[in-house]
Write a protein that binds this ligand. Structure first.
Ligand code: CTP
Ligand code: MG
Length: 227
């Protein structure tokens, strides 16, 4: 199995002036925290970290410190200017032997090992794209540019999607080569190539650190779990 961790974003909404993955959360960076559960999985995987191009050396050092003796399973490559380009760079670095690949946001730094294992197992079993999702708790409305509400969506049909997302490697690579536009997630790109995608239960711990408020939540969690 392969796990691609995309960590090359700038973190503009977090607004720290450093790439988000390198922002510390109580003594360990978001990237280090995201990697710990990946190297904590029972079955070893090839781990490809897609890091900010201008901080590649620093990112590589952090990753190697988390990987420890497993660092021969670690590959660190430079990302692109969009998430999709960063995932493509990660796919290009996968070992020949990888059959199933998980794509994960470093910003979902508290996602537990079991979630990676569940997504991988479902992807291997079904050959479909597998995405973890949570029910939405807010009412979701569609509005136009003037702010007028167009309609209220049926909440029972909606889910909020997380990562890691799991795919058969060959089909995802082909879908990436065929993609001619930007998609909001890997599953949308995969589905656009005609492949089935199914959801499994998401995990509240897989929330994405996006805003300063999310970072506060992350800091509270890190302190609760002993740093
Ligand atoms: N990502 C990436 N390469 C990019 C953009 C995003 O690898 N060019 C990664 C981010 O590092 C993050 C994940 O994709 O782990 C999800 O993206 P997001 O939360 O949007 O992170 P940023 O793009 O860094 O944040 P912002 O959109 O606020 O600038
Ligand atoms: Mg972004």
């Amino acid at each position: 199995m392969g796990v691609i961790i995309v960590a090359a974003g700038s973190g503009s909404r977090l607004g720290r002036g450093t790439p988000k993955a390198l922002v510390p959360v109580v003594g360990a960076s978001i990237l280090e925290r995201a990697l710990r559960p990946v190297f904590g999985m029972r079955a070893p995987a090839q781990v490809v970290v897609v890091a900010p191009a201008d901080q590649l050396a620093e990112a590589r050092m952090l990753c190697e410190s988390v990987a420890g003796v497993a660092s021969d399973h670690l590959t660190v490559v430079a990302g692109g200017s969009t998430r999709q380009q960063s995932v493509a760079a990660g796919l290009a670095a996968l070992d020949e032997s990888v059959r199933t690949v998980l794509v994960h946001d470093a910003a979902r730094a508290f996602t537990p090992s079991i979630q990676f294992e569940l997504v991988a197992a479902a992807a291997e079993e079904t050959g479909a794209g597998i995405i973890p999702a949570l029910a939405v708790s807010d009412t979701i409305k569609q509005a136009d540019a003037t702010g007028a509400v167009v309609r209220t969506l049926d909440r029972s049909e909606l889910v909020a999607v997380q990562t890691p997302q799991g795919f058969p490697r060959d089909k995802l690579v082909a879908a990436y080569s065929a993609a001619t536009e930007e998609y909001t997630d890997d599953a949308a790109l995969f589905a656009a190539a005609g492949h089935p995608v199914s959801i499994i239960a998401g995990d509240v711990l897989a929330f994405k650190i996006t805003t300063p408020w999310d970072l506060r939540r992350a800091e509270a969690l890190a302190r609760e779990s002993g740093g």
